[in-house]
Design a protein around this ligand. Sequence first.
Ligand code: NAP
Length: 309
Amino acid sequence: MRAVQFSEYGPPGVVHVAEVEAPHAGPGTIRVAVRASGLSVGETLIRAGTLRDLVPVTFPYRTGFDAAGVVDEIGAGVTGVAIGDAVFGMTGMTSRAANADAAVLTAWAPKPAGWSWAEAGGAAGTVETGTRVLDRLKVGAGHTVLVQGAAGGVGAVAVQLATARGATVIGTAAERNHDVLRSLGATPTTYGPGLVERVRALAPQGVDAVFDCARGALPDLIAIAGDPARVVTIADFAAAAHGVHFSRSAPAGTAGDPLAVHGLEIAVGLAAQGRLRVPVAAAFPLTEAAAAHDLAERRHAPGKIVLMH
Ligand SMILES: NC(=O)c1ccc[n+]([C@@H]2O[C@H](COP(=O)([O-])OP(=O)(O)OC[C@H]3O[C@@H](n4cnc5c(N)ncnc54)[C@H](OP(=O)(O)O)[C@@H]3O)[C@@H](O)[C@H]2O)c1
């Protein structure tokens, strides 16, 4: 089968498709014939070598954390799913390898009928991340939440998850993405100089929680929240220096926050009510994974980047 991998750190061009042995479902897991898979923006940092001290990898490194497809193998002990079911889900944190013709999933849910394969392929990671951070920030009905970088893959889903919890959401994005943010349920504003004043004007009652999906603005985000404990970032490695929590998912028993896999079922329920969509910025053929990395690195894709199989 085909799998996307890289065998050295470097620019997007080191990413290539290789012929590899297909994996098999083990206990508690399922295998899917992948129809679409997500490009994990974090993996562009791993590929560039930026995270080499934080995230050690062995080469060749097979990419991809989430996928959607048709179940074709079921591991021991798994119930509630059948061969031929359409599902979306995620791989193990360390096993990865979802950007491949077959992928082993450790968490999954039925693919919502209203989602295309492309949407479903990029859903699990953004839903898990959004749920994990909103849980940590204890976002609920009546709260006002700022999502920084709200038009990106994670941000666009986080806006909808927060709105579904009954929160009022302000989202930052370049002006060309403001109509999209409105359609997702957020009040848009631009990021950059003057952010604190703009948000105060939009939310004179104050902001209860800030979800940072970008980086480089923590002092402003803390001023908006009034307390670093009310800010969580998934992207700013300067978090600790500002007293802000950096959320990253981790397997049980290791450093990091527990995976919010319960978010997948929440997403299924919201999708069935037409209250959650996964904006797809671009869908590349699997063979063009390097071009997908190139687009992701530019940091202005309006939504999730996916690979089609
Ligand atoms: N720790 C974790 O668990 C975890 C999980 C998933 C992702 N991440 C990280 O979280 C970040 C976001 O992921 P993603 O998939 O949503 O990325 P993405 O889709 O690439 O996000 C791009 C968005 O960032 C916005 N942006 C660019 N520069 C900005 C700035 N200076 N200030 C505010 N917003 C800016 C862009 O908005 P405009 O186009 O409107 O300018 C664009 O919509 C990435 O760094 C990723 O590695 C971490």
